[in-house]
Design a binder for this molecule. Structure first.
Ligand code: HEC
Ligand code: HEC
Length: 200
């Protein structure tokens, strides 16, 4: 009981810390995409200079909303989110670097949609509406504010993240995405990810 309370208290503190960080990012000077490209050299070997990654377990960053990129990098730097060695890589980044890199990747043309099983795409499209994914992630899952772009993302990456969020292995900032993922079956996850990947 005590332990549960403590864990909750830590999560609440972590949540308010993230809010403070987000608001400092929102109210700070806008990112400089030119400086961001310079700093992002160290990211290109995995995420690509054009923001299209080298393989399906590494996310595309092109056209992701700047605030979403910034928030994820802060999560990695604080080790609230871990994976792919990103928690180590993000240690090297200052708040200004993060804003600049986010401005750079956000301004790139979006990744092209990928062909997929048409039946899964149709089911995924339907689920994205009935489960309100598109009310947060955008009508075409293009992302907005602190909410990631899913359109044109690698199917495999989206599947992994949805399963991690569903199991709690990946903690989300305010619990909204956690509850959205909770009731999904593996089939739902496959269809939603195939639909997302197919969008331009
Ligand atoms: C060695 C390969 C590698 C390098 C170098 C790398 N990343 Fe990553 N990045 C990954 C992987 C793998 C993931 C997925 C992590 C996971 O599974 O959660 C990731 C995830 C991310 C995400 C989360 C995206 C999302 O949609 O949630 C962001 C943002 C990101 N990286 C930015 C960067 C930036 C900025 C740099 C350079 C400073 C960088 N990465 C360097 C491999 C790399
Ligand atoms: C209430 C708003 C909301 C709804 C509804 C919602 N999401 Fe999210 N989603 C978010 C937020 C916020 C994040 C970022 C979570 C974080 O890392 O803190 C996110 C993150 C994600 C990610 C990780 C993306 C990445 O690049 O790492 C995936 C995948 C995702 N959502 C898919 C979905 C799907 C599929 C649905 C519908 C079943 C859905 N979301 C419904 C708000 C929402």
């Amino acid at each position: 009981m005590k332990l549960i309370f403590k864990t909750k208290a830590i999560l609440v503190v972590a949540f308010f810390n993230s809010l403070l960080l987000i608001s400092s990012l929102v109210h700070a000077a806008p990112g400089d995409a030119v400086a961001g490209k310079e700093k992002a050299q160290m990211c290109f070997s995995c995420h690509g200079e054009n923001g299209i990654s080298i393989g399906p377990s590494i996310p595309n960053l092109a056209a992701q909303p700047a605030l979403s990129l910034s928030y994820q990098l802060i999560q990695f730097r604080g080790e609230q989110r871990k994976g792919g060695g990103m928690e180590g890589i993000a240690q090297a980044l200052s708040d200004q670097d993060i804003r600049n890199i986010a401005a750079y990747y956000a301004a790139l043309p979006p990744p092209p949609g990928k062909p997929g099983n048409p039946d899964l795409i149709a089911i995924g499209q339907k689920l994205a509406g009935t489960l309100y994914c598109n009310s947060c992630h955008g009508a075409q899952l293009q992302g907005q504010k602190h909410i990631a772009r899913l359109a044109g993302q690698w199917q495999e990456y989206v599947v992994t993240q949805l399963k991690n969020i569903r199991s709690g292995a990946r903690i989300d900032m305010d619990g909204t995405m956690g509850s959205a993922a909770k009731g999904l079956s593996d089939e739902d996850v496959e269809s939603l990810a195939t639909y997302a990947a197919s969008l331009n």
